[in-house]
Design a protein around this ligand. Structure first.
Ligand SMILES: NC(=O)c1ccc[n+]([C@@H]2O[C@H](COP(=O)([O-])OP(=O)(O)OC[C@H]3O[C@@H](n4cnc5c(N)ncnc54)[C@H](O)[C@@H]3O)[C@@H](O)[C@H]2O)c1
Length: 314
């Protein structure tokens, strides 16, 4: 079997995707890479120091490690992207174009790139948003990600490169604390609950957003990657989400497990980002084309997060 390369593997999703792929395809077939000088996965998995803005380095990595498939996760996310917009442009657009171009020049069989609800904007409808709708984001992150979706389609049509992607909502996980996104408040609320500390939320109590739990995010990405191409009516922009909630609703759900949790609200610049995103997504195309079916509802997610964080933070 030829190898799977994961870029941005030290991040929130990569930290859980790498072990998932290793379990499925064998450790020796999975290569993690990032600009960090190694990550939690680095000691267990083959690790490459690979900057996706360096085209030659990508080509060399593909050649040297006989890479067949790339899960391209390297990115600068929404909140950091607003602080460092030029860096976000370089990593998210130049870096992604490098991966796609290397994909055709090296004959990769597949490139998988997660997209995001950040592709939507203030003119997008708020509820049950379909795949094809107004995608005019106002953040640098959103602009780079909607362009990535379009670039992926262009490479598919023009060069026959099999590029696949889905739009993740906010993702919650106990494994790796997120630091760069607008939906990070949800994970932070869990950490504070388990540590017995009050939490100051940076979104408004009623900021309703689509979300999902990491085990469903990882398995969905791999399920899409493995789907039969002839069943796919889209390439780079399937909507996926498990549920939608506001900070207040999450607080009420967590309090069923941790009754003493205290939350106050002090919205910052991330509230403005959240206001440009939809409250809920229509996921029927993902369900129909490749069998998207999340296993965790909110109640099960909250119980699992709390249980695992109690062990982790003990
Ligand atoms: N986590 C979420 O809630 C979420 C939601 C929607 C979409 N996504 C998408 O999923 C993908 C992965 O997100 P994540 O949450 O793991 O992000 P993350 O910020 O946790 O990780 C991104 C990784 O990319 C690496 N990176 C940055 N610049 C790089 C470069 N020049 N070369 C190589 N690596 C570089 C970082 O070191 C980091 O480890 C991104 O495409 C993101 O847009 C994530």
């Amino acid at each position: 079997m030829r190898k799977i390369l994961i870029t941005g593997a030290c991040g929130q999703i990569g930290s859980e995707l790498v072990p998932y792929l290793a379990k499925k395809y064998g450790k020796s077939n999975v290569i993690s890479s990032d600009v960090s000088a190694g990550c939690e996965n680095g000691s267990d998995f083959e690790f490459l120091d690979l900057d996706v803005t360096d085209f030659e380095a990508i080509e060399n990595a593909i050649d040297e490690h006989d890479v067949d498939t790339v899960y391209h996760l390297a990115a600068i996310l929404s909140a950091t992207g607003e602080k460092k917009p030029f860096k976000a442009f370089d990593v998210n657009l130049v870096g992604t174009n490098n991966i796609l171009r290397a994909g055709i020049e090296k004959g990769l069989s597949r490139v998988v790139i997660p997209s995001t609800i950040g592709v939507f904007g203030p003119e997008t409808p708020r509820e049950n948003v379909p795949v094809v709708t107004v995608t005019r984001p106002r953040t640098m992150y959103g602009i780079t990600k909607v362009t990535t979706e379009m670039l992926g389609e262009y490479y598919f049509e023009k060069f026959d490169l099999d590029v696949r992607g889905l739009r993740f909502p906010g993702i919650m996980s106990y494994v790796r604390e997120p630091t760069a996104g607008t939906t990070d408040y949800s994970v932070q609320m869990f950490y504070h609950a388990v540590r017995g500390e009050p939490y100051k939320c940076f979104l408004r109590a009623d900021a309703y957003l689509p979300m999902m739990y990491m085990p469903d995010a990882v398995s969905s990405l791999v399920k899409l990657a493995e789907a039969d191409l002839k069943n796919l009516t889209r390439h780079t922009d399937y909507n996926v989400a498990s549920y939608s909630f506001s900070p207040e609703e999450l607080y009420n759900e967590i309090r069923k497990e941790v009754p003493g949790l205290e939350v106050s609200y002090e919205p910052d610049y991330r509230q403005e980002i959240a206001e440009t995103w939809p409250a809920s997504l229509d996921t029927t195309l993902a369900e129909r084309d490749w069998g998207f079916r999340p296993e965790y509802d909110l109640e099960r997610t909250v119980k699992d997060m709390i249980q695992n964080l109690k062990v982790k933070l003990a």
